[in-house]
Ligand binder design. Structure first.
Ligand code: F6P
Length: 550
């Protein structure tokens, strides 16, 4: 198969960027896309017909439809790790029939369906028994990154008003995290859930070891109080987890795409297995929409095109996530990892420089907190950033007026970004407030809003497991589609390894006695061969200063 030229050399890319630049920031036309579990309003994005036409041609030139079919069909699409990225299988409603089907899937794929179903039933049974026996009043969830944020997101979304089980999250290697995680709870009624796809992540193994010591010190058989979720069951068994307490995930599911799997055991224990089942249903419905909706009415595809417009053509360096629902505070770090660990790449599938800006920095905070934190920057800062506003039509608390105010603030902030405020309007405003001409002229420029700032509004009918599952799958497929346009692999994360390797060496140095003298440090840095294993002078300095504390 002929290798396509880099993106920025494609004629379709030139046409697309020209169409974007010729398109007004917002058309003023209502641009709604109905999708399972939510409505996407793209009226706040550039959406001229020519932009969409050239966007579709660009998708075709980049082989989008084939790539989408390969993703959803379980083909080896993660080319640098030679694996499928088949997270959609974990929420496939036809698993049982597919597993038993004649001929539809390969034997391997059918076997996977059977395994996924069996493991899901094992997990549900484990939770059912724990509930029936009213066991494990405390859950200590130990995991980091993709083995952590999904559980935090679901538990905060559906357990905000209190749950029978208390859950503690321990991710960081900072000892204060495990100390706080174990403080004040009764080990006799505690289940420690270690989640690590690789079962080699230092933070999770170290924190797991501290938890095991804590259980043992309480005179308990730690094996009865610990479970592990991993794609390397042998490693968990070797570490000392009871075979009955090892739950499987698979290497063909990325950590940051694994919320649908046993990674969410703690979610099922704390807010119920039905929450997980509901989330899978919503995500499966979004998979169906992504697979079949016409591209101009396909929510993930439209969000992806807007994302590429804002990042690679208009040059916005970041994307702001603004969930107007305090229960969705963890959606921000969840999408941060999903987006930045997937799209934070500079080389394409062929190892060439992409040549255009790719994954933006993702940041955010729930509204209305964010309004009183950084919305000044979003409204009047020199850069600004595209914003994804997310809101639920109906609340679950008993104060309708609070919810109406929340909705009003969300729509108002969005309209201010779209509409802006001209100097004429600002001047008139000052005059209306009784200012004299000179004061008004002096102040008005400070009250001008540029407007035309891109944003999406995503409206959920209500925050349910179904709508949350659909929302997460929307982001997963938006990320995938952007990766196809940029020609990058969204399913690996080679960049995280370098720092881990350096940390291992520095840890050895600050833990050992063969520490370098300052002179040696300078000598070491100055004369060290130009390889990457020599620490720089500053690092050597602080290894000396920060080492040997115990
Ligand atoms: O270091 C990054 C990363 O590998 C993420 O991709 C992953 O979600 C996280 O660490 C945890 O990895 P594991 O589940 O293997 O412990």
């Amino acid at each position: 198969m002929a290798i396509k030229p880099p993106l920025n050399e494609l004629a379709q890319w030139q046409d697309f960027t020209a169409a974007v630049r010729a398109c007004a920031p917002q058309s003023g036309q209502l641009d709604l896309i109905e999708a399972p579990g939510l409505t996407l309003d793209s009226s706040g994005q550039r959406n001229c017909a020519e932009l969409l036409n050239t966007g579709l041609q660009l998708l075709q030139a980049q082989g989008f439809e084939q790539a989408r079919a390969r993703l959803l069909g379980g083909a080896i699409i993660n080319c640098t790790e030679q694996r499928p990225a088949w997270h959609s299988l974990l929420r496939d409603p036809d698993l049982a029939s597919k597993g038993a089907s004649q001929g539809v899937l390969s034997a391997d794929a059918k076997e996977l369906c059977t395994q996924v179903l069996a493991e899901r039933e094992r997990l549900d049974a484990f939770v059912r028994n724990a509930d029936a026996e009213r066991r494990w009043r405390n859950v200590v969830h130990i995991g980091i990154g993709g083995s952590d944020w999904g559980v935090r997101l679901a538990v905060a979304a559906f357990g905000y008003a209190g749950t029978w089980r208390d859950v503690r999250f321990v991710a960081n290697i900072d000892g204060h995290a495990i100390e706080g995680g174990l403080a004040g709870i009764d080990p006799r009624d505690t289940l420690v859930v270690m989640v690590s796809k690789s079962f080699s992540t230092n933070e999770t193994l170290q924190n797991g070891a501290r938890a095991r010591e804590w259980l043992t010190a309480a005179g308990l058989d730690a094996g009865q109080h610990m479970v592990a979720v991993t794609a390397r069951p042998q490693a968990a068994l070797a570490w000392g987890i009871n075979p009955a307490h090892v739950f499987q995930i698979w290497d063909w599911v990325g950590g940051r795409y694994s919320i649908w799997s046993a990674t969410s055991l703690s979610t099922a224990l704390v807010v119920g297995s039905d929450v997980l089942a509901g989330m899978r249903m919503g995500a499966a419905a979004m998979d169906e929409h992504f697979a079949n909706a016409p591209l101009t009415q396909n929510a993930p595809v439209r969000m992806a095109l807007a994302g590429v417009v804002n990042r690679s053509v208009l040059g916005y360096g970041s994307l702001n996530i603004a969930p107007y629902d305090s229960r969705l505070a963890n959606l921000v770090p969840y999408v941060q990892q999903l987006d930045m660990e997937s799209l934070g790449k500079s080389v394409d599938l062929h190892g060439r420089a992409v040549g255009v800006p790719t994954g933006p920095a993702v940041w955010g905070m729930p509204g209305t907190d964010a309004q009183h934190t950084f919305f000044q920057w979003l409204h009047q800062g020199s850069d600004g950033a595209p914003v994804d506003f997310i809101v639920c039509r109906r609340a679950d608390h008993r104060w309708p007026s609070h919810h109406r105010q929340l909705l009003a603030n969300c729509l108002a902030q969005r309209e201010a970004l779209i509409k802006g405020k001209s100097s004429t309007t600002a001047l008139a405003e000052c005059a209306t407030q009784g200012m004299d001409a000179a004061s008004a002229a002096a102040l008005a420029p400070h009250r001008v809003h540029a407007g035309g700032r891109p944003n999406h509004l995503i409206v959920l009918p209500r925050l349910t497991p179904y709508s949350l599952g659909a929302l997460i799958a929307l982001y997963e497929h938006r990320v995938f589609t952007q990766a196809v346009i940029w020609g990058i692999n969204p399913f690996d994360q080679w960049g995280v390894e370098f720092g881990k390797g350096l940390a291992d060496d520095i840890f050895a140095r600050i833990s050992s006695d063969n520490h370098l003298t300052t002179d040696q440090a300078h000598h070491h840095a100055k004369d060290a061969p130009a390889t990457n294993d020599a620490h720089d002078a500053s690092t050597c300095h602080w290894i000396e200063r920060l080492g040997h504390q115990d």
